[in-house]
Design a protein around this ligand. Structure first.
Ligand SMILES: *[C@@H]1O[C@H](CO)[C@@H](O)[C@H](O)[C@H]1NC(C)=O
Ligand SMILES: *[C@@H]1O[C@H](CO)[C@@H](O)[C@H](O)[C@H]1NC(C)=O
Ligand SMILES: *[C@@H]1O[C@H](CO)[C@@H](O)[C@H](O)[C@H]1NC(C)=O
Length: 337
């Protein structure tokens, strides 16, 4: 290339560069401006007669409370996301799948009716047997935010688990092919990506591409009838912090060691502690592991036996829940062991 053509090209590129620079700065200022003081400080008066959870600051997690739950396009498009870890604790290596997914889902927020509440009351419904025959359904429906997990059913169990679902956390293996059966039309469906294939699965469904079936520990649905506008991707920040700060499990297991990841249940509790002013829970706890035939869920026939090979550390999680309960950060809605 001659000097002259190089020069011409440089001159032609100037407007493009200027555009990017000005876009970046406008984003930067918009963001710093909109980082409003809404964050912590749940006020007792705003929460009325609700039993207010212990303040986030006093939980001593040494991390900032994060109320932006979902990944959004702006995090990736213009700026390098500072993730040094791959999934499930960061997005390193999965950026392209993520971009394609975020481009089509296009909403990254909680509904405004919840965002704007002065006091957000939340209940996390675990799938444990303990909630069976609890008759908690009506009480559960009264929370602003009802968080459910995986493919736990609602229809047929309303008396015990309620019938309202604000938000459901799931991953491909725990997805049900037709979310409308056990969710509300406006339930926010939150994908928790544990591995790159989880994002790829959603991308293939959203773009109706050929499905790759390998790389799952259980075949995920090949069709998924959820509504695109209800899909969100949970920020891996929350799994990272649940593992590192709440459970103290190694983020990078040594060679030949089975990786241990938090369950969606304990993750949901941690997400709620970040987002909500009141966090109550029900349906948590496993039976004594000595009894391998005891059912573990309020539905179906799974027993402790089926948990043997899971990549979870249930005793660590039980201790963490106990710590949170003892410190007043969460409240159980039913008696439990
Ligand atoms: C948080 O930081 C303080 C001061 O650095 C330290 O004393 C405390 O142990 C930390 N807490 C946790 C849970 O790491
Ligand atoms: C739940 O209630 C039904 C009907 O009263 C009873 O048959 C069943 O044993 C109860 N289950 C539990 C776990 O208490
Ligand atoms: C829950 O049940 C009540 C009473 O049967 C009903 O009025 C309400 O529409 C139901 N809500 C949902 C989201 O299904």
């Amino acid at each position: 290339m001659s000097l002259k053509t190089t020069k011409t090209w440089c001159i032609r590129l100037i407007p493009v560069v200027l555009f990017f620079v000005s876009y970046y700065f406008s984003q930067f200022f918009l963001q710093s401006y909109s980082r409003s003081p809404k964050n912590p400080a749940p006020s007792k008066t705003a929460c009325g007669s609700w039993l207010v959870a212990k303040r986030w600051e006093s939980l001593n997690f040494n991390i900032t409370r994060k109320t932006q739950l979902f990944l959004k396009m702006a995090d990736y498009f213009w700026k390098q996301h500072q993730s040094t870890l791959p999934l499930p604790y960061g997005i390193k290596g999965s950026e392209l799948f993520l971009l394609k997914v975020l481009a089509i889902t296009a909403s990254y927020e909680m509904p405004a009716s919840i965002e704007n509440l002065d006091c957000r009351t939340c209940v996390v419904i675990g799938n444990g047997f303990a909630i069976k025959n609890s008759s908690l359904g009506a009480a559960i429906n009264k929370y602003n935010v009802v968080i459910r997990l995986n493919d736990a059913p609602v229809r047929g169990y309303e008396d015990d688990v309620g019938n309202k679902t604000t938000m459901r956390l799931f991953y491909p293996e725990s997805a049900s092919y037709n979310p409308s059966i056990h969710n509300d039309p406006d339930t926010i469906m939150v994908l928790v990506p544990f591995k790159q294939n989880d994002l790829r699965w959603l991308k293939e469904i959203l773009y109706n591409e050929k499905r790759v079936r390998k790389g799952f520990w259980k075949p995920p649905p090949q069709i998924w009838m959820g509504s695109t506008s209800q899909i969100r991707i949970l920020d891996p920040f929350f799994l990272h912090q649940t593992a590192g700060t709440l459970l103290h499990i190694p983020l990078q297991p040594r060679k030949n060691q089975k990786p241990i990841h938090p369950t969606t249940g304990i993750l949901a509790v941690f997400v709620a502690l970040n987002y909500c002013d009141v966090v109550h829970v029900a349906g948590f706890g496993y039976p004594e592991s000595r009894n391998q035939n005891q059912p573990i869920h309020y539905y179906g026939r799974d027993t402790m036996r089926s948990m043997r090979d899971s990549h979870h550390d249930l005793s660590h999680e039980a201790e963490a829940l106990k710590r949170l309960e003892d410190s007043g950060a969460i409240l159980f809605l039913h008696p439990h062991s």
